[in-house]
Design a protein around this ligand. Structure first.
Ligand SMILES: [Zn+2]
Length: 272
């Protein structure tokens, strides 16, 4: 069975040469770039350092009042609370701009449509909303994420890609992130699972994670590999392992088009 192959890139030349090419139009720092014709725009919806700075009260709150921002031990960016209508409105504006400026039919990729970790978010808005709806926080979070994805789906022509945190352990996407794949399946065409490493010196963990997602997900998923600076033979091996379980492979941020081409050729040779 033939496998999908694409890139996540900041190089216009790569975006022209390989399709699908994913193009970040809104990142977790808060920077925005114009959509590029023919590429799939990527929008980081609820990660945004700039907005968090302007609206500190919009940041997610966890156990013991811990804030989901870069002051906490394991957050690399600031996470806004999706339960807040103003946060969702802003994210939908970014989505609309990405779609309007893009090429019809190329679709869209949603990044950071998620709650931050287990115990997040329990801010005042989440607690009030859950109480008003007669839900617990897990139910509330799953509903908010599902309804948001449904709203995005209605605005996007072409495939909708959705990035998952690479945690396939049963119940954890649901409990930690408010993501219930079974409820998102009607709206999502392809899940993207980033499995990043700087070297891919070993691949057993790739096999474990990709294999587990293959068992978990009813919809197709692609594995995204980090490509910058990874020796080519290791990247080829990692791609072959990932594609054994996934419907496609994305190479992210590689800077050598020749390497990207050779990984693609290796996949074609193995999988047709
Ligand atoms: Zn909240």
């Amino acid at each position: 069975m033939a496998k999908g192959f694409g890139v996540v890139t900041r190089y216009p030349r790569h975006a022209e040469a390989v399709r699908p090419a994913f193009w970040e139009v809104k990142d977790v720092g808060g920077a925005r770039r114009a959509p590029r014709p023919g590429t799939v725009p990527m929008v980081s919806c609820f990660g945004d350092n700039r907005v968090a700075r302007a609206h500190p009260d919009w940041v997610q709150v966890g156990p013991g009042g811990m804030r989901a921002d870069r002051t906490a031990p394991y957050f690399d960016w600031d996470a806004l609370c999706p339960t807040r209508p103003e946060v969702r409105r802003l994210a939908l504006e970014w989505v609309a701009a990405a779609v309007a400026g893009g090429t019809p039919g190329t679709g869209l990729r949603l990044d950071d449509v998620t709650y931050a970790r287990e115990g997040f978010c329990q801010c005042a808005v989440c607690r009030a909303e859950a109480a008003a709806a007669g839900e617990d926080l897990d139910q509330l979070h799953a509903r908010v994420i599902r309804d948001f994805v449904r709203e995005v789906r209605a605005r996007v022509a072409g495939p909708l890609y959705f990035t998952l945190f690479p945690d396939p352990y049963p119940g954890r996407l649901e409990r930690r992130f408010g993501i219930r794949p079974a409820e998102l399946d009607p709206y999502v065409d392809v899940y993207v699972v980033p499995l990043y490493d700087l070297a891919y010196a070993t691949t057993y963990w790739l096999e474990v994670l990709a294999g587990a997602f293959a068992e978990r997900l009813a919809r197709p998923f692609w594995v995204e590999l980090y490509a910058l600076g990874v020796p080519e033979e290791r990247l080829v091996k990692a791609a072959l392992v990932a594609a054994t379980y996934a419907a496609g492979v994305l190479l992210a941020y590689g800077n050598r088009l020749e390497t990207i081409r050779r990984v693609e050729a290796a996949l074609r040779e193995r999988f047709g």
